[in-house]
Design a binder for this molecule. Structure first.
Ligand code: G6P
Length: 612
């Protein structure tokens, strides 16, 4: 969604804001803007990336030590200069940035128009700041009090930061369903959508909760109150984020860095949780609430996008190993279809960001119905991690590329650990299987490094198919969600239409699309279904499709009939999705690069979707 950054201190604000916006650009990149207070407000905003904004500001005087900046992912109003943030109030006294959606903006806007307000943009944000102005002027209130009263009238999601020209030395921020973190430095404050703009300056942060208002004041320090005006004592947390984690580290793109990071991040997901030599596995969040899982009628996963694909893999693995019924739901559907949930259900949310609005809303419904809530989340301290009853972090570190890579394999690692924990605890697998599975899991980082060695080959192969308009991905069993994920990656970053299908379903529709221009990527690593996969490949070849098969090393039979094979190290089916995903990520990456696409910031997408 949108990225927010604010600074208040003794340093020049503009360079801090621009650097912060570049780090937040993964959240939205269709327009950006800054406002700096220095007696008067200087406001610059521009359609396009942060770079365009910098060019637009050029050599203009933009000095000042208090300011706010925004990078936008359009919701209300097209990406144009006038719709970019910050937005002024009508009297130009207030200037505000906003992430989220105000659902009742139309009725508020009509009421404000009746009162004589006029608007320069199509945004809900401008309506919001005019509302704050209206309340402030009418009742002669401080900015924080006007914000507090306005919040009572708006319905929707928001993270806002406001400057009041008549109360310089102060930033007022508030959140509901959109993240905000305050950084506390030496004689300075930061505020941002996530900690990445803050880490160079301080590791002391305070995460705001829903319906909290923060007043950052150089003389009086940080004050937090809730929407009812109750003062809240800030809990200062220490950030463990390191600067290297949010830099490209010599790679051309974040996505490529994150693909290569996976041997390390998967190790991190397993670190301290298992030991294959000693034969133990201990997933804290599970161990502490074992009874909930083992007595559950059903385990229901809610997630969106790539995280939903990880949940589908969980369905195969948990049902197979632990024999507990699993359902997988798109969070956006679950929340509106009045689902049947009971106190004997465990609802597991999978989310990289931990902020996805639909996933959070699905959890709220599950909580109302009394289910036990578990989170598999990457971002430490995020809303989902705080809302759930228990959980397990993925520990993949910040993922900056908009297309998810290392978070996905981290999620799949976690659900595999969870499946094994459950199956061991309910006695559904033998001790031998359990121990050999731990050995298999421990071998995954090394096998991913091996799979990455085919990068150059994949880059070359991509040149033969980078001009296609469509692609089909096929897989059986747990490789079906891998096919879905492969197709999603290609769609997201190369804009080629791609679909994932269960291999056997091909004959019920997609086969009609196959001709000599259609690449069909077959994830053919399941030894148990090898003969059936070979038949599927033959069906494709009979229709002249271009077959690219992901196969275990030393697999001559498939290599003979496929046009191209990409080998991965031999592995157990339990961990195969983790390894067969790697060539698919590389394939999408190189096809997108060869098509001249911006892989880290694909058009129309946002990394974290904090609105419906
Ligand atoms: C967006 C991102 C996807 C992501 C999905 C769910 O659509 O572009 O990459 O999979 O949201 O996000 P989450 O943070 O909940 O995993």
């Amino acid at each position: 969604m949108c990225g927010i950054v604010g600074y208040l201190g003794k340093k020049q604000a503009y360079p801090i804001l621009i650097k912060g916006l570049k780090r937040l650009e993964y959240r939205g990149y269709d327009s950006s803007g800054v406002a700096i207070m220095n007696g008067s407000v200087k406001l610059f905003k521009k359609k396009g990336k942060v770079k365009e904004l910098e060019n637009f500001v050029g050599n203009s005087d933009i000095s000042g030590t208090i300011g706010i900046g925004h990078t936008r992912w359009a919701t209300h109003g097209e990406p144009e200069d006038n719709n970019a943030h910050p937005h002024y109030s009508g009297n130009k006294r207030l200037v505000m940035i906003h992430n989220g959606i105000i659902e009742n903006y139309a009725s508020i806007k009509s009421a404000l128009i009746e009162l004589g307000h006029t608007f320069e943009s199509d945004t809900d944000t401008e309506v919001f700041v005019h509302l704050i102005e209206e309340i402030q002027e009418k009742e002669n209130l401080s900015i924080e009090e006007a914000v507090r009263k306005a919040l009572k009238q708006v319905v929707g999601a928001y993270a806002i930061v406001v400057i009041d020209r008549l109360e310089p030395n102060k930033l007022v921020a508030a959140r509901k369903s959109s993240p905000l973190v305050v950084g506390i430095g030496e004689g300075e404050f930061f505020i941002a959508s996530d900690a990445t703009p803050i880490i160079d300056s301080t590791n002391k942060v305070v995460y705001l909760d829903d319906e909290q208002i923060a007043v950052l004041n150089l003389e009086e320090g940080l004050k937090i109150m809730d929407i009812q005006k109750t003062i809240v004592t800030p809990t200062v947390k220490e950030l463990s984020l390191r600067l290297e984690e949010i830099e490209k580290g010599g790679y051309e793109h974040f996505m490529l860095k994150e693909i290569h990071d996976q041997p390390r991040t998967i190790k991190e997901s397993m670190r301290g949780r298992m030991n294959e030599d000693e034969g133990w596995l201990k997933l804290g969040g599970f161990e502490d609430h074992k009874d909930k899982f083992l007595n559950a009628d059903r385990i229901i996963f809610v997630a969106c996008g790539t995280s939903w694909h990880a949940a589908l893999i969980a369905e195969y693995t948990i049902e197979k190993l632990a024999r507990i019924p699993v359902e997988v739901e798109y969070a956006s559907e679950f929340r509106y279809r009045d689902p049947i949930i009971t106190e004997r259900d465990v609802v597991i949310a999978i989310s990289q960001s931990g902020e996805t609005a639909d996933t959070l809303a699905a959890l709220e419904i599950a909580r109302e119905k009394g289910a036990f809530l578990f989170g598999i989340v990457n971002t430490v301290g995020s809303s989902i991690s705080r809302f759930t009853d228990a959980g397990a972090y993925i520990h993949a570190g910040p993922e900056i590329g908009v297309a998810s890579t290392k978070a996905f394999t981290g999620q799949v690692t976690l659900v595999t650990l969870l499946a094994l924990s459950m199956a061991k605890a309910n006695g559904n697998i033998t001790e031998d299987y359990f121990k050999s599975s731990l050995v298999e899991l421990a071998s995954v980082p090394g096998k991913i490094s091996e799979a990455l060695k085919y990068e150059e080959y994949i880059e070359d192969l991509s040149k033969n198919i980078n001009q296609v308009n469509n692609a089909l991905y096929l897989g059986r069993g747990a490789n079906f969600p891998v096919a879905l994920e492969g197709a999603l990656k290609l769609k997201e970053i190369s804009y080629i239409h791609a679909e994932g299908y269960p291999a056997a379903e091909m004959k019920h529709g997609p086969i009609a699309l196959i001709d000599e221009n259609m690449p069909i990527i077959v994830i053919a690593t399941n030894r148990s279904a090898k003969e059936k996969i070979i038949s599927n490949i033959q069906e494709v070849k009979a229709r002249k499709g271009i077959v690219i098969a992901i196969v275990p090393e030393n697999e001559p039979e498939i290599a003979e009939i496929a046009d191209y094979t990409i080998p991965i190290p031999v592995c157990d089916e339990l961990v195969a999705p983790l390894i067969s995903t790697i060539p698919l990520q590389l394939l999408s990456y190189y096809i997108a690069i060869q098509r001249g696409c911006n892989v880290d910031q694909p058009r129309n997408l946002a990394k974290s979707v904090t609105v419906e």
